[in-house]
Ligand binder design. Structure first.
Ligand code: RP5
Ligand code: MG
Ligand code: MG
Length: 270
């Protein structure tokens, strides 16, 4: 099992989105829930930004809130790509990758898995032996890091629709000009090639709420479709650019891992 790093620290460290909230230090050997830790009592934190929001769950124990874990719960998908997750004390789902040093939901809306989709759009720069594979990266408003233009799957939304919608919102700024939707034509039809499906090592994760994604690859071989579009950052992106795929790229969460899979698929050595 890959150890999560970005949602954990070996020394007490601030939670990414609420720096006054400290994660408990969790050393590598104490990450697995099976590792004994009798006094483990991390801070229990759910950020006010999720309370009462239509896209967020209620508090556990709130009247009328009876989530069906590991199931499709109405339109909310509470199943994990990682298989069945455990539900611990207080009816709280447990992070399938183990301890994070923080309990509650943090800034995530759902208890348990929070489902996202990440479109990986590529084209070539240059040609012949010197050609370089490029992908569309956005700069996140929340952390300032470069990332894939991904986002949350809305309840009941098909992942293929999320992939297209998030690309249009974050990399084409369709929100400013809805007519831009037409520019991508049928480029996203079919949902692309899934290169990763599972847990994301996202700095927002907690012991009881975590990100999962489907990362899907769309390639513009001739560079005359989406590869030729003017890009403009929108919604929760503050920058966008074609980025050379190279070794050692520092990207948000586990996004470099998904790009490694794309490089392998395209026969590009990193
Ligand atoms: C990451 O957070 C996913 O891989 C996806 O890129 C992103 C979704 O969250 P928002 O961009 O909507 O904040 O874990
Ligand atoms: Mg978005
Ligand atoms: Mg996003």
């Amino acid at each position: 099992m890959l150890l999560h790093h970005k949602c954990r620290s070996a020394v007490a460290a601030p939670y990414s989105r609420a720096p006054a909230v400290l994660r408990l230090a969790v050393p590598d050997e104490a990450v697995a829930w099976s590792a004994p830790w009798a006094g483990y009592a991390p801070r229990d934190y759910t950020d006010p930004c999720v309370e009462g929001r239509p896209w967020a769950d209620a508090d556990l124990g709130a009247e009328g809130f009876r989530p069906a874990w590991n199931a499709l719960d109405g339109v909310v998908d509470r199943r994990s790509h990682e298989g069945e997750y455990a539900v611990g004390a207080g009816g709280r789902p447990l992070n399938p990758r183990g301890r994070t040093g923080l309990a509650g939901r943090g800034v995530l809306g759902r208890w348990g898995p929070n489902h996202a989709a990440d479109p990986i759009v590529t084209r070539w720069r240059g040609d012949g032996a010197a050609r370089v594979l490029q992908f569309v990266a956005i700069r996140r408003r929340d952390s300032g890091e470069w990332a894939l233009p991904g986002g949350m799957v809305d309840p009941g939304e098909a992942v293929s629709a999320t992939l297209r919608r998030e690309f249009l919102e974050e990399a084409v700024n369709v929100l400013r000009d809805p007519a831009r939707e037409r520019l991508v034509g049928d480029f996203f039809a079919g949902g692309g090639d899934v290169v990763y499906r599972g847990y994301v090592d996202d700095p927002r994760n907690t012991d009881n709420a975590w990100m999962e994604t489907v990362a899907s690859h769309f390639h513009d071989e001739r560079g005359d479709a989406v590869g030729a579009l003017p890009l403009e950052a929108g919604d929760d992106a503050v920058g966008v650019r074609w980025t050379d795929l190279s070794a050692g790229l520092e990207l948000y969460a586990s996004h470099s891992l998904f790009l490694k899979a794309v490089a392998d698929k395209m026969g590009v050595a990193l």
